[in-house]
Ligand binder design. Structure first.
Ligand SMILES: C[S@@+](CC[C@H](N)C(=O)[O-])C[C@H]1O[C@@H](n2cnc3c(N)ncnc32)[C@H](O)[C@@H]1O
Ligand SMILES: [Zn+2]
Length: 276
């Protein structure tokens, strides 16, 4: 099945069919496929903006340099271990499509949907992988995806809407979440005035999913990156702290860092399944 068959109308929840350069439901709700190859499936205006062009560009550069490859490898390995029935993968807050692409490379028969509220991200997503569709949607307003349709849902450093994720997962489906630990980028948090991860995050994640999901396993992924100052600037620029620190101040603080420096990457990859 192509990815279009997995989507649904965000207005009436009906089936969508591809017609010329748009997707349309039986009731005539119609969504243009943008020239850049993504489709916006929004019922109305979303208050969420998502990542900017500059943040997406920074993310592309940082990920292309391979710094987060161990995280992508851990996600792809875990999906591969789940077995051969992984056919339909949804990545929520997919960003540039980096993780979704790695997963699809591992699964030659699978199709993917990369969903993001940011149009700059969706433009990248549309080019990320030949078997991935790019969708602009606000995960908090509901997922424009059919019930019980996905074999795995992925969120990497991205928002999670548990009831909606549960709705779209097929029976036996896997929900994989990557979240930073308190040690993630710890060498940069203080010196650059970045926002750290609070210690309760792991417990809060389980709580926010409880009722809908239970933990199956958790894989810690921790490694050291050697980063030059320009790479630190790129890393900072792709994160949410780009909204809080002026570029001038950030550049001044980065100039005070050792060159190059060791920076810890530390995340948890957690596999959840639907609770009974
Ligand atoms: C920190 S980035 C992570 C991107 C990607 N998963 C990665 O790790 O490279 C978070 C992403 O979530 C998207 N996002 C934020 N709020 C969202 C929402 N309500 N619905 C869908 N995507 C959202 C942002 O636009 C951004 O691309
Ligand atoms: Zn409709």
């Amino acid at each position: 099945m192509s990815a279009v068959g997995l989507l649904r109308c965000p207005v009436c929840e009906g089936t969508l069919l591809a017609e010329d350069a748009r997707l349309q439901c039986e009731r005539g709700h119609s969504f243009d496929i943008a020239r850049q190859g993504y489709v916006a499936l929004l019922a109305g205006r979303s208050p969420m903006v998502g990542d900017t062009v500059a943040m997406v560009d920074a993310r592309v550069r940082f990920l292309a340099a391979g710094h987060y490859d161990p995280i992508a490898a851990a996600v792809a390995d875990l999906i591969a271990r789940l077995g051969g029935h992984q056919r339909r993968i949804l990545d929520i807050g997919a960003g540039t499509g980096f993780y979704l692409s790695r997963v699809l490379d591992q699964l030659p028969d699978a199709v993917g949907i990369g969903l993001d509220v940011s149009k700059p991200a969706a433009r990248r997503l549309a080019r990320a992988h030949e078997r991935a569709a790019a969708v602009v949607a606000d995960a908090w307003q509901g997922l424009p995806v059919r019930d019980d349709s996905m074999s795995a849902v992925l969120t990497v450093f991205a928002p999670r809407n548990a009831p909606e994720i549960r709705r779209v997962l097929a029976p036996g489906g896997a929900f994989l979440v990557v979240t930073p630990t308190t040690r993630h980028l710890r060498e940069l948090i203080g010196p650059l005035g970045m926002i750290g991860v609070d210690e309760q995050k792991d417990r809060r994640l389980d709580e926010s999913l409880s009722g809908d999901f239970e933990r199956v396993e958790q894989v810690p992924v921790e490694f050291t990156m050697t980063l030059h100052r320009d790479e630190v600037a790129t890393l900072v620029g792709m994160g949410p702290s780009a909204h809080h620190v002026t570029p001038e101040r950030r550049a001044e603080l980065i100039e005070l860092l050792p060159e190059p420096m060791s920076v810890t990457a530390s995340v948890q990859l957690t596999h959840y399944r639907a609770a009974d």
